[in-house]
Design a protein around this ligand. Sequence first.
Ligand SMILES: Cc1cc2nc3c(=O)[nH]c(=O)nc-3n(C[C@H](O)[C@H](O)[C@H](O)COP(=O)(O)OP(=O)(O)OC[C@H]3O[C@@H](n4cnc5c(N)ncnc54)[C@H](O)[C@@H]3O)c2cc1C
Length: 397
Amino acid sequence: MSVFAQKEYDTVICGAGPAGLLAAYTLGRLTGSARRVLLLDKKEPWKEPIFCAEAVSTDRLASLWPIDPDFVRSRLSGIYFTSPSKHRAEFYSKNCGLILNRTKFHRAISDGAEAAGVECHYDTLIHKLEKTEQGWDIFVSRGGEEGKVSARTVIDATGPGCRLTRDIPCLEGIESGDTDLESALFAVAEGIKHSPEHIELFFGSEFRDGYGWIFPRDGKEVNIGFVLGKNVKTGESLRKKLLDFIAKNYPEANVKAVYGGVIACGQSVKPLAKEGLFKAGDAASCVNPISRSGIVESMLSGKIAAESVFQWLNASAENRKSIEEKTLDSWMKALGNKHLQVARAKVGFNSITDEQFDKAAKRLSKLPRERQTLFRIFFNVLWSCPSLIWKMRSFLR
Ligand SMILES: Cc1cc2nc3c(=O)[nH]c(=O)nc-3n(C[C@H](O)[C@H](O)[C@H](O)COP(=O)(O)OP(=O)(O)OC[C@H]3O[C@@H](n4cnc5c(N)ncnc54)[C@H](O)[C@@H]3O)c2cc1C
C-alpha cells in the first residue's frame, strides 16, 4: 500500500484511543522523530460519537498530559452520591475533576504524536495480525484498497474485547481485554437541571452491581447513563431501562441521542506482552473495577507499553522475553495492584442493600458539606452494613 512512508516499521500501534495516542506520543519522543512508528485507527480519533462520559481526575490527568482549557468541557468540584430513596451525600473538593471534550483532547495528543515524528493514518481498518520471523505483518484496508505493513513490534490498543489478538496461537495466555466486560449506556439530554460542577452517582438495586450517573457537559446538556455488573440480566433492553429512568425522574428531559458500549473492568495478572506484541488500555483490561474510569488508566498503560517497546527495540534478542514479562510488573506497580484490591472489594460493595445505602446517605446528608470527606462517606457506608468490613478486609489493609 503506497500511502505508508515505509513497508517496515519498528512499531505499529493499533488503535488511536487514549492508550494508543499516548503510546504513540511516548514512543515518538523516546525514538527521537525517527519516523519508524506508525499509528493506525479505522476512524479519526476526533470523530463523534465517542462512547464515554468523559470524566477524569484533574491531578491524575495533569501527571500525564498538560491540561488545556480548549479540551475541557467543564471543571468539577464535587460528587453527589445518591441513594435509592434519593438521600444525597456530597463530597466537595475544588477542581477535583474535569469533563473532557474527548474529540478535542484526542486531537491534541495526536498533534503531539505527529510532532514527535509518528506517522498517523486514521482511516485504516486493521483486519489481521500474523506472526513472522522478523516480527509481525499487519493486514489493513484503506479506501477500498487492501495492503500489508510489517513491524518488529506491535502495540494492541484497540479497546475492550479486542478481536485482533484473540485467536493467535503464539499469544495464548496473554491478557485478552475482556476481563469482566460490563455493559454501559448513556444518553445526551437537555432539560435536566443539574449542578455544572458536580457529577452525580446513583447506587442501589436499580443499577445492580454498577451505578447510574449524571455528568454535566456544557451547562446545557448532560450525559446520563449507567453501567451494570457483567452477570446482571434486566429482562428488558438497556435502552428502554435508561429511557424509563429518565422519563420517571426527569420528565422534562429532551433526549438527543443514546449510545452504548462495553467496559473491560476487571484486573487480571495475565501477561501484557509476548512475541513482541504489547497490550495497552482497555485491550489490556486496565479500567478501575469500581469507578470504571479508564481514560487516564489507558493513557498510563499506553505509556508503560511504549516504554517497554523502546527497551525491547534496543535490547539483544535474549533479553527481550524478560522485558515483555516486566511490562506486567510495571503496570501492577503503577496501578494494577490497586485495581486487584479494588476488584476484590467490589464483591463486598455489590452486596450493599438499598436500605443500607439509604441509611448511610441519610446520615451523611445531615452533616455540613465540609465534613463529608471521602473517608467519612466510605466509613459511613461500612458502618451501615458491618458484614462488609469482613468482605472488604483486603481493601482496608
Ligand atoms: C459508556 C461509557 C462511559 C465511560 N465513561 C468514562 C468516564 O467518564 N471516565 C473514564 O475515565 N472512562 C470512561 N469510560 C471508559 C473509557 O472510555 C475507556 O476506558 C477508554 O476509552 C479506553 O481507551 P483505549 O484507548 O484503551 O480504547 P478506545 O478508546 O476504545 O480506543 C480504541 C481505538 O481502537 C480503534 N480500533 C478498534 N479496532 C480496530 C481495528 N480493527 N482497526 C483499526 N482501529 C481499530 C477504535 O476505532 C478506537 O479508536 C467509559 C466507557 C463507556 C463505554
